[in-house]
Ligand binder design. Structure first.
Ligand SMILES: [Zn+2]
Length: 319
């Protein structure tokens, strides 16, 4: 073969074989995880200049005539990179987007998708749509801009356009999704999405692995733990996709975070019942958390989480 032909072949091959080169995270690309479900696992860490604000798990579901995207990423520029990688999965058009909850690291990249598909339906819980319009988007813009410095092009925001309520079923181009909304878990805006065809459950940030994120005022540590216990008992799907960190089986995905929350709640209860503040049990809690000490942000999140659990236990006791 002539050199020039080999060169062209090499270029063609490399364009599809390699993914998005992001700092020292290697080639980021969508992996086929379960049937027609492809996940691109972001770095499981805080948003930063190095990761450009990309740290969630955008997912593509390939239907007969199109592609359905869950949580496309944390800003416009990341969204453009995700779009390029999506096109390597398939050249079919994107026909719908789901957003799991209100935090900007999951949905700010809607704007990149809508730039190419202006009338795309974007589904989310009504609480999310209300809260992002009432200041939550701006709050997250500030957080992510400060940490990643990569928010250019993200405004005006592309808000979700369609509401999905607890228990709702929706079929898009032959792919069926069942929505559930835990009232208060990671936030009060979460949806869990079951993709029936492939038996995949999208957990949103109700599960994280290898990193800890915040529990804001709309969240409930107790509610989150209760949800994970229920999912462990009552479900058995092929694939579980967390908001951050690797996807996998039920036990591998939900198990670690559930154990983490259980220790928080047990220790906070112990302190509360002994009339002590949360920090009196913090050293003991840390000892029990050997499994999680290497998780990103453990040092500055765990104490806050323990405090939150303690305050929730107190509030429950005052009811
Ligand atoms: Zn979140």
């Amino acid at each position: 073969m002539k050199k020039i032909t080999l060169f062209i072949l090499a270029v063609l091959f490399s364009a599809t074989a390699f993914g998005w080169k992001l700092a020292d995270y290697g080639d980021l690309k969508f992996e086929k995880m379960n049937g027609n479900v492809y996940v691109m696992h972001g770095p499981a860490e805080e948003p930063s200049k190095k990761n450009q604000g990309f740290m969630n798990n955008p997912t593509v579901i390939e239907s007969k005539n199109g592609l359905i995207v869950v949580d496309p990423g944390g800003n416009y520029n990341v969204g453009l990179e995700i779009l390029k990688e999506i096109e390597k999965v398939s050249k079919k058009p994107i026909i719908a987007v789901f957003n799991t909850h209100k935090h900007g690291d999951h949905w700010f990249a809607n704007v990149a998708i809508a730039q190419k598909y202006p009338n795309i339906p974007i589904y989310a819980h009504p609480n999310m749509i209300k809260e992002v319009k009432n200041g939550e988007a701006d709050k997250w813009y500030g957080i992510l801009d400060r940490l990643s410095g990569n928010l250019k092009g993200t405004k005006p925001y592309k808000y979700p356009t369609k509401e999905l309520k607890d228990g709702q079923k929706i079929t898009i181009d032959g792919e069926e999704f069942v929505i559930s909304h835990p009232k208060r878990a990671h936030t009060d805006t979460d949806i869990l999405i079951l993709h029936t065809n492939s038996q995949t459950l999208f957990l949103g940030d109700n599960v994280m692995k290898n990193r800890l994120g915040g529990f804001d005022e709309s969240s409930s540590v107790l509610g989150n733990l209760e949800l994970l216990k229920k999912l462990t008992k009552e479900t058995n799907y092929k694939l579980y996709i967390p908001g951050h960190g690797p996807s996998g089986s039920k036990d591998d995905t939900i198990g670690p975070y559930m154990r983490y929350l259980q220790i928080l709640v047990d220790m906070a209860k112990k302190a509360y019942e002994a009339d002590e503040e949360y920090y009196s049990v913090k050293p003991e809690a840390i000892k029990k958390m050997a499994e999680f000490q290497k998780w990103d942000a453990f040092d500055h999140q765990m104490g806050k989480h323990l405090n939150k659990a303690w305050r929730e236990i107190e509030a429950k006791d005052m009811e």
